[in-house]
Design a binder for this molecule. Sequence first.
Ligand SMILES: NC(=O)c1ccc[n+]([C@@H]2O[C@H](COP(=O)([O-])OP(=O)(O)OC[C@H]3O[C@@H](n4cnc5c(N)ncnc54)[C@H](O)[C@@H]3O)[C@@H](O)[C@H]2O)c1
Length: 300
Amino acid sequence: MGMLDGKVAIVTGAGRGIGRAEALLLAEEGAKVIVNDVGASRAGEGADASPAEQTVQDIKAAGGDSALNADDVSSWKGAASLVKQAVDTWGQLDILVNNAGILRDKMSFNMEESDWDDVIRVHLKGHFAMSHFAANHWRDRSKAGEEVSGRIVNTASEAGLFGNAGQANYGAAKAGIAAMTIILGRELGRYGVTVNAISPRARTRMTEDLFGEMAKVEEGKFDAFAPENVAPLVAFLASDAAADVNGQNFVVFGGSVWVMEGWKAAGQVSRDDRWTPKELADAKSTLFATRDPGLPPFTF
Ligand SMILES: NC(=O)c1ccc[n+]([C@@H]2O[C@H](COP(=O)([O-])OP(=O)(O)OC[C@H]3O[C@@H](n4cnc5c(N)ncnc54)[C@H](O)[C@@H]3O)[C@@H](O)[C@H]2O)c1
């Protein structure tokens, strides 16, 4: 018995890296999986269906059920046809794992308009477009009187939670995804749908030059940077066992899972009168007195 027996899942960007590991584990847990991937370069150029085909083949070779989709998730049309494929093939959709992504790191002063637009489009619009069509599917079923158990697992990044120089486009998209997760969780909970997000750390083509030596595999030791370490959290969040987990952001790396807390007041000055700019300048040390001076030591 798998935790996802009888479920129908879509994993976007599942031709390689984290998405591939997620698709393989969801299938191992019993889900029928649509493996989506345009097969773009790390920067989002070109198209090649072969990585996604390989994931489909590997799922089938392990005894699972899978189908291929090479649509671009960042287009309204692509997202609509991907959700439709799940419904046409297996009658419904239960799990949407939004994972597809690209990277175009540049300092703000060097960034081209297309670097900004493409990264925001693939990540932020890609997550939203897929969620929009999946939400319509679940809302229609719920309104028809069906008991729905829908799951969206989004992929944010610590770059969006903490900020990272050189990633204004990527970090803004990922922060948007983290916020959208809370918003969609609030919108869709009433239809039996939960929406959560993960911020993973794993060795993939997106990060191999970033993590370098640190992510080297050492013989006989637990490979903390393996993308396979990310997938169990996603499979859990996709399952009925996580029906009461909604609107949460997690960081996942190696054998560690953190549940994150969002913005909260960290210091305060207040009175029953308007401040002048000079008075606020004078109150600065009070305002910041209680603020935690440290962010987590490692951010990506
Ligand atoms: N690797 C990490 O440490 C790390 C850290 C934080 C966040 N992430 C996020 O995890 C996700 C997966 O990244 P990865 O490291 O496995 O990278 P990856 O490059 O190995 O995989 C991303 C996949 O998405 C596909 N893709 C790109 N644009 C697409 C589109 N428009 N439609 C469909 N598919 C598309 C690519 O073809 C590729 O196969 C991304 O959202 C990434 O931002 C990764």
